[in-house]
Design a binder for this molecule. Structure first.
Ligand SMILES: C[S@@+](CC[C@H](N)C(=O)[O-])C[C@H]1O[C@@H](n2cnc3c(N)ncnc32)[C@H](O)[C@@H]1O
Length: 203
C-alpha cells in the first residue's frame, strides 16, 4: 500500500483551500442530506475531511460529537487554525482510512471526494471493512464520489468513478440504500464535475 500522506501534505501546504478543485464555500448537499437522514444529537466522523468547512457548519447546526479523519496532518492543522478555540470541540484523527481501526462507534460516516482515490480493489475492501467496524447498527453513510461521467483524475491522482449501483454493490448486503443524488460540482475555475451521492444505512 502506498502512503498518500506526503502528496496530500504538500497539496495543503502549497495551495490556498479556495485554489483546490474540490473547494466549496458551503457544503450545501452534505448539510441537506445530514439534516434529512441524521440527528445533530448523534456522532459523526468526516473521512478525509481535508480543510472542508463542514466542521464549522455542523457546530453551527448544533452537532457536538464531531470527528475529522485525514491522512494529511497539514489539512487537519488548517482546520484547527481556522476554527481557533472552537476546534477544541472536535476530535482530530490523523490516519489513513485503509489502515484505521476505529476505537468507538459513530452514527454517521461522511465522505466527500475521498473514496474515489482508492483505485485498488483491496483498498476498497479495507474501506468498507473500516466503515462496517465504525458504524453503529442503523447508522448511516453519506458518500460522494466522482460519477461515472466525472473526471478520471484529481489532484494529479487516478480515481475510480461510480454510479449509484456501483456503490450499493460495493458496500454489499450489510447496507441498504436510503437516498441518492447527482451533483454537478462547479470548481473554483468554473469546471463542472459530476458527483454521485448515496446515503446507505448499516443494517
Ligand atoms: C479531494 S480532498 C476532499 C476533502 C474534503 N472531504 C472536502 O470535501 O473538501 C481528499 C481528502 O482525502 C484525504 N485522503 C486521501 N486519501 C486518504 C486516505 N487513504 N485516508 C484518509 N484520508 C485520505 C486527503 O488528504 C484530502 O484531505
Amino acid at each position: 500500500m502506498n502512503d498518500p500522506s506526503t502528496h496530500w501534505d504538500n497539496v495543503f501546504a502549497s495551495k490556498e483551500p479556495a485554489e483546490t478543485s474540490w473547494f466549496q464555500d458551503d457544503p450545501t448537499l452534505s448539510l441537506a442530506l445530514l439534516d434529512e437522514w441524521a440527528h445533530s444529537s448523534g456522532s459523526l466522523i468526516d473521512i478525509g475531511a481535508g480543510s472542508s468547512r463542514l466542521a464549522e457548519r455542523l457546530l453551527d447546526a448544533g452537532w457536538r460529537d464531531i470527528s475529522l479523519l485525514d491522512v494529511s496532518a497539514e489539512a487537519l492543522a488548517l482546520t484547527r487554525r481556522r476554527l481557533g478555540d472552537s476546534s477544541e470541540n472536535l476530535t482530530f484523527v490523523n490516519a489513513d482510512v485503509r489502515h484505521w481501526t476505529p476505537s468507538r462507534h459513530y452514527d454517521v460516516w461522511h465522505d466527500r471526494a475521498v473514496l474515489h482515490f482508492l483505485v485498488d480493489a483491496a483498498d476498497c475492501d479495507h474501506y468498507v471493512a473500516a466503515a462496517l467496524r465504525a458504524l453503529s447498527p442503523g447508522g448511516i453513510l453519506v458518500i460522494a464520489t466522482f460519477a461515472a461521467d466525472g473526471p478520471d483524475q484529481c489532484s494529479g491522482l487516478p480515481v475510480r468513478r461510480y454510479g449509484v449501483d456501483d456503490l450499493v454493490k460495493m458496500f454489499g448486503p450489510h447496507f441498504s440504500l436510503e437516498d441518492s443524488r447527482r451533483e454537478e460540482h462547479v470548481t473554483p475555475l468554473g469546471t463542472v464535475q459530476p458527483f454521485t451521492w448515496v446515503v446507505l444505512r448499516r443494517r
